[in-house]
Write a new protein. Structure first.
Lengths: 181, 347
């Protein structure tokens, strides 16, 4: 038995080279068959949406842009303990700690805080390990509900505290909600 | 004298304590020690972390000791049999001791500079519970300034007395000590006098928790982001052998060289520790090695990884040597009949 004749997969088919008939050579039947397939798809359910006007709802566990949380008094939770940077598999997080001054007590919750906190969004893989490692409930990927947008410059993908820290008005709203309950 | 710890026998000199004998054996049966420090005379017997069960007192008196013994201050006897990790009683006792030590500890590891090389962290990792049963308010102290180089956090102190012994045994005049009694006892300098002795910085190294930390390193970095190097310099006051904790080209911290039990090999002077932060001052010997499981080894790719060997017949994965040669190398052509077989399949 020669190697050409063996079919390991069992799906080997011999190509036939027989001559086509007159009707087959006209291709009319084949064209009508193809048009029927196109027509059928016109009436089936659409799988796409009109993106900027219509938007899909995000799943509650969707992981988007990180947010550094504030507590109900508006103070930053992060103490720059470095566990998020340690757990980050992509090494996307950098930080620098500083000591809180007595007059900054309403800004930061503990005596140490992150003076610089940067996430390189080009490196980040949105795995959420930083959120799991955080002992202070400070970093969340699920609360912001923001996609990290595209951009032209690589430098613009390094997000500092100006983009990551939760805005004060949201913190105030959270505090009001908590008091209302 | 022959002692047996967790079933492992060892010959020791008379006068050896159980803890020292266990450290000679090494491994898992070494009891944890928070207050005992082999380089400090008279240390030990305070924290009760190193409790062991003496199942047989000695050959002469084979009765077991009724209570658990602190291994750091109990001497070995001939024929003694000791259960350390293998005993449930010991494990339970260590869990209780850990819980007691953590009652007044502020648990501010994310802020503390000692995190990552803290004995209490290691102890509670191994023997602690993840939950606290203590609902009362923790004991707190007013922050006190004890000088320009050393930061005192009295809230974190576990009163091991190691720093007091350093001051007693290394310096000629001790200016700090334990004030007050019972729950109120605290480390303090009487009349807030600055500690400025040339060897006072060793208190930082001997402190098992973050109660005494380096002010020049305060909040600069976490220990696991630093790269530790062995280095030395000519110093007329001490041996000059240190570990440098570097971040890039910057020396962020200088400490003594600590062994596997977190005890410094040799004490260093304050000049080396606080004043020489320029890499040009030091001769760097090479990277400092730590335990395999230490957090300091995080992201350290310089360690040699063991290659995986699969126990299979040699050649089962690669194929026979002569076959591989023939398939991949056109320089070694097949013989004529072999070529025919290869073309049509030799079936």
């Amino acid at each position: 038995m020669s190697i050409e004749a063996i079919s390991l997969s069992g799906r080997k088919k011999l190509v036939s080279n027989k001559e086509m008939t007159f009707w087959e050579r006209m291709y009319l039947v084949a064209i009508v068959k193809g048009l029927m397939i196109t027509l059928r798809h016109l009436f089936s359910k659409k799988v796409t949406i009109q993106y900027p006007e219509q938007q899909r709802t995000m799943s509650p566990v969707y992981r988007g842009q990180h947010q550094l949380k504030r507590d109900e008094q508006g103070r930053e939770n992060c103490t720059a303990c470095g566990l998020c940077a340690l757990s980050c598999p992509a090494e996307a997080i950098t930080m620098k700690a500083a000591e809180r001054k007595p007059e900054e007590k309403m800004l930061y919750r503990e005596e140490k805080y992150a003076s610089i906190y940067e996430i390189n969004m080009l490196r980040c893989i949105f795995c959420g390990l930083c959120e799991e490692a955080c002992p202070k409930d400070a970093i969340y990927l699920t609360t912001s509900k923001v996609l990290v947008p595209a951009n032209y410059d690589r430098e613009d993908f390094i997000f500092g505290k100006d983009k990551l820290v939760m805005p004060l008005d949201i913190a105030m709203k959270n505090a009001q909600l908590k008091n209302a309950n | 004298m022959k002692v047996t710890i967790d079933g492992q026998a060892i010959e020791v000199e008379p006068g050896t304590t159980i803890l020292q004998a266990a450290r000679m054996i090494g491994g898992e049966s070494v009891p944890p020690a928070m207050c005992y420090y082999s380089k400090l005379k008279g240390s030990g017997g305070k924290c009760r972390c190193c409790l062991v069960e003496v199942a047989k007192g000695s050959d002469a008196d084979p009765r077991p000791m009724p209570k658990l013994m602190a291994s750091c201050v109990t001497g070995c006897m001939d024929g003694m049999e000791i259960n350390s990790k293998s005993s449930d009683r010991v494990k339970e006792a260590r869990e209780s001791v850990t819980e007691f030590l953590l009652i007044n500890h502020p648990l501010d590891c994310p802020v503390c500079d000692q995190a990552g090389e803290c004995d209490l962290q290691d102890l509670s990792f191994e023997h602690g519970k993840s939950k606290s049963r203590f609902i009362e308010e923790k004991r707190t102290f007013e922050p006190e300034n004890i000088g320009p180089n050393i930061q005192l956090h009295m809230n974190r102190c576990i009163l091991c007395y190691r720093c007091v012994m350093v001051a007693d045994q290394l310096t000629d005049q001790r200016v700090h000590g334990v004030m007050d009694r019972g729950d109120h006892s605290n480390i303090s300098t009487c009349i807030s006098k600055a500690i400025d002795n040339e060897f006072s910085g060793n208190m930082i190294d001997v402190c098992p928790v973050g109660a005494l930390t380096d002010k020049t390193f305060r909040f600069k970095s976490r220990v696991w982001f630093n790269k530790p190097y062995n280095a030395h310099r000519d110093c007329d006051k001490c041996c000059g052998k240190t570990t440098l904790w570097m971040f890039g080209d910057e020396i962020q911290r200088v400490t003594g060289r600590k062994d596997v039990y977190h005890e410094v090999e040799e004490f260093i002077c304050n000049g080396c520790r606080f004043d020489h932060k320029d890499p040009a001052d030091w001769v760097i010997e090479g990277p400092r090695e730590f335990d395999k499981d230490s957090v300091i080894n995080q992201n350290n790719y310089t360690q040699e990884l063991e290659t995986v060997h699969i126990a299979t017949e040699e050649g089962i994965l690669k194929g026979r040597e002569q076959d591989r040669k023939k398939i991949s190398m056109s320089a070694i052509p097949l013989a004529k009949e072999e070529g025919e077989d290869f073309k049509h399949g030799n079936l």
